[in-house]
Ligand binder design. Structure first.
Ligand code: BGC
Length: 786
């Protein structure tokens, strides 16, 4: 019904876009397989078909290839395996591929997958940090380098990008995604897919991208990883689905279903969302893989009584490939024999797998990616390092800078560096590190010495922010090099003495990298008690303190935010962490990153989003009134979505619309002049928000619908233009995306909490659109003005 309506809307010209899957490839994988795929399918036995749906680990994340024993190779020969994950190395992969191609009956090549998430050997900032760059071009480039390196090591499939929207920082996987906003998430999803897959998937430097985890994984109740999500249809369609739509539109070759259930229906067996919405409505033709062991886990969910039932449910749901569950391989045959209506679904799944292999060029050139010579030359090249530094620099967010404490003066002085994270190269790599190596990281302290040769540096580690919730402050055996065994009191005293003997303190605190990531949910997202004590003692010295945060999630740090004059958010920045931080501290570059997710004032204030509904009793500062707020916290976030300071100063003026009345299929140009009134070169991220103030359904108080990171010379002014369409403010309904007539407010500014100019236009009549509003990109441009 809905599909019919949407087709109608398309025919009447109200819809601007249809999903074109395949990045230029028009093959209709599942609906209309290629002649090669059809011919192969006809020759395949039931066992061989099921074999193609089977992905097994060839190793573990930290011990690649460790499970490639004789038995696994025999399974390849028998055609029982369609794909390996957690394998790497051109020589090893070449040999595995050779066995599949030359020694199995049908010679079908294998897919080799890995979580290449923020780089393969050249590790870039973690995804949440990269999102803070608000720079899709940069994310495309980093994904491209990841693809070039990973494919040189034989891989043809990455389980990235993670496009899960997350509004609850207790959820540890917030580090892997784009943050809280579906518009930003959609733009960044598109950029990453383009980077991974390049202009042609068949290019040996291209890798199949996976948009994951479809869908609602970031909405886990209580922020507990793997837990249920209970999401309204509206929120699902308006917030969680748009980045997947964007990834599909960009041609993402695969999608991964999520571990969680929504309202009791696990996504591993969710016909309505996977087969219905994704495949049928959106026309998605790529490969759909389960998450790790998620098919057997349908039994734990309590929706299947036997493994056979679980297999049938997952297949009916639309899951093509079983990641690491060994369930399709052990039980699908029985399921199909018991219920032959599964056979056409099985064929569709096989077609999806074979088509992915075909699109990657594996039938034509099975060894193109496993080239030891390219592998030897491709890793961590000077160009890749340079990009890593640029990416790290652009991801840093200046949260606070009272009295312009930053940038640091280059004059000689004594600088104390306090906090073990300052020398924790391991944490700089973040979670999912593929082949990243600790020794590749250029840490902070030597980088600072190099950047500020006239200064003298002293260092005290203070307390170590280890993974455990309660800190073990005696650090022997923790694996960090050169760590002395110190007691709490000694560590604190040493830190305070070091601070006292300096002119300025760089206090490096946050989280050990292993506190964020998969299965790393915490109820308390503040600093550890030990680090709080350290920070308080250092601040008590009265010395000027610049806090350098290293962390993978928004932190609730109200005391630090209140007391420290300057705070720099540096996340986990990858191999060029130290030099990039030094670049910003010294003013070689002005910080241009902006928060892709707000920071709460307390753990108990999560989840939170700037894009909340107005409610009948909007939050008021006035505690005498009963409004939608906590009584023990201010109504604002600690740091707002989009927030980030600069060494420049920016004036916004002359906000104009091309017209004030817009037809539902029309467009409006929104332009504003931004001037850098300072004497330093700096980037500004100009942000465009909208609000529909009166609608049949309450709309968020603000929604991001455009942004542009713009470089300004000192004193320079530019006119920034955005083109917006009414489809971008459409609201989801069961009958499609509704454009409703009436006023749309427009806000332009430097963050969601720092709006500099407002205007409004009117949509003249109702309309309909087929595309999730947040997945429609706003084009933008800039031009100098005098
Ligand atoms: C994660 C996925 C990942 C997979 C393979 C799972 O536990 O949820 O994001 O791609 O493992 O490593």
């Amino acid at each position: 019904m809905l599909l019919k309506r949407l087709r109608l809307a398309l025919a009447t010209g109200l819809i601007g876009l249809a999903v074109s899957i395949g990045g230029g490839v028009t093959a209709q994988a599942v609906d209309a397989p290629s002649p090669r795929v059809r011919a192969l399918l006809e020759r395949m036995t039931l066992d061989e078909k099921i074999g193609q749906l089977n992905q097994i680990p060839g190793g573990r994340q930290r011990a690649l290839n460790s499970r490639l024993d004789a038995a696994a190779l025999e399974r390849v020969r028998r055609g029982e395996i369609g794909s390996f994950l957690h394998v790497a190395g051109a020589a090893q992969i070449r040999e595995l591929q050779r066995i599949a191609v030359e020694e199995s009956r049908l010679g079908i090549p294998l897919l080799f997958g890995m979580d290449v998430v923020h780089g393969y050997r050249t590790l870039f900032p973690v995804p949440l940090a990269l999102a803070a760059s608000w720079d899709p071009g940069l994310m495309e480039q980093t994904a491209r380098v990841a693809a070039v390196e990973a494919t040189a090591a034989g891989l043809n499939w990455t389980f990235s990008p993670m496009v899960d929207i997350a509004r609850d920082p207790r959820w540890g996987r917030v580090v892997e995604g784009p943050g809280e906003d579906p518009y930003l998430g959609s733009i960044l999803a598109t950029a990453q897919v383009r980077g991974y897959q390049g202009t042609s998937l068949a290019d040996p430097g291209s890798i199949l991208a996976t948009a994951k985890h479809f869908v609602g994984y970031g909405a886990a109740e209580g922020g507990r990883d793997y837990d249920s999500a209970d999401i309204s249809d509206r929120t699902l369609h308006e917030v969680y689905l748009p980045p997947f739509y964007a990834a599909a539109s960009a041609g993402a070759g695969s999608m991964m279903t999520a571990f969680n259930d929504i309202g009791g229906v696990p996504l591993t067996a969710h016909p309505a969302l996977v087969r219905g919405l994704l495949r049928e409505q959106w026309g998605y033709q790529g490969l759909i893989v389960s998450d790790w062991n998620a098919i057997p886990e349908l039994l734990n969910h309590g929706v299947a009584a036997t493994p056979q039932e679980a297999g049938a449910l997952a297949l009916r749901g639309g899951v093509d490939m079983d990641m690491a569950g060994n369930l399709y391989s052990a039980h699908l045959k029985g399921a199909v024999e018991a219920d032959p209506t599964l056979l056409p679904l099985l064929d569709q799944a096989v077609i999806a797998v074979l088509t992915a292999k075909e699109r990657l060029g594996l039938f034509a050139a099975p060894y193109a990616r496993a080239d030891p010579a390219r592998e030897a030359a491709a890793m961590l090249t000077p160009e890749h390092r340079a990009l890593a530094r640029e990416a790290a620099r652009r991801s840093i967010v200046l949260l606070k800078n009272e009295g312009d404490l930053l940038p640091l003066a280059t004059t000689a002085r004594r600088i104390a560096i306090i906090g073990a994270l300052a020398e924790d190269a391991n944490s700089s790599l973040g979670s999912w590190r593929a082949q990243g190596k600790v020794e590749d990281v250029r840490p902070l302290i030597p980088a600072l010495r190099e950047a500020l040769p006239q200064a003298t540096f002293t260092y005290a580690q203070g307390y170590r922010p280890e993974a455990a919730p309660t800190i073990a402050v005696t650090a022997a055996g923790e694996g960090a090099q050169g760590v002395r065994e110190v007691s709490d009191a000694e560590a604190l005293a040493e830190a305070v003495a070091t601070a006292n003997a300096a002119d300025l303190v760089l206090l490096v605190v946050g989280e050990h990298f292993d506190r964020s990531g998969e299965a790393r949910s915490y109820t308390d997202i503040g600093l550890s008690a030990a680090q709080d004590a350290l920070a308080a003692a250092v601040l008590d010295t009265g010395k000027p303190v610049v806090v350098i945060l290293m962390n993978g999630r928004p932190l609730a740090i109200p005391e630090l935010a209140r007391r420290a004059p300057a705070i720099l958010e540096t996340w986990f920045l990858g191999v060029e962490s130290g030099p990039a931080i030094a670049d910003i501290l010294t003013g070689r570059a002005s910080p241009g990153g902006r928060l892709p997710t707000g920071f709460p004032r307390a753990s108990g204030a999560a989840p939170l989003t700037y894009a909340h509904l107005p409610t009948g009793r909007p939050a008021s500062e006035d505690l005498a009134r009963d409004t939608a707020r906590y009584r023990d916290q201010p109504i604002t976030p600690l740091f707002a979505f989009g927030h980030g300071l600069s060494y420049g100063r920016f004036d916004y003026s002359d906000l104009r619309l091309s017209q004030t009345e817009v037809a539902p299929d029309g467009r409006v140009e929104i332009s504003v002049t931004v001037r850098n009134t300072s004497s330093v070169a700096a980037d500004e991220v100009v942000q465009l928000y909208v609000r529909d103030p009166v609608a049949a359904i309450a709309r968020p108080v603000q929604e991001l619908r455009g942004f542009r990171r713009v470089a300004f010379a000192p004193g320079e002014a530019k006119r920034i233009r955005f083109i917006l369409t009414p489809a971008q403010v459409a609201l989801w309904s069961e009958d499609g995306w509704r454009i409703t007539s009436g006023e749309i407010q427009v806000m332009v500014g430097a963050s969601s909490a720092d709006i500099r100019a407002r205007t409004a236009f009117t949509v003249t009549s109702d309309g309909v659109s087929a595309i999730p509003a947040a997945a429609i990109p706003t084009s933008s441009s800039e031009e100098p003005v005098s």
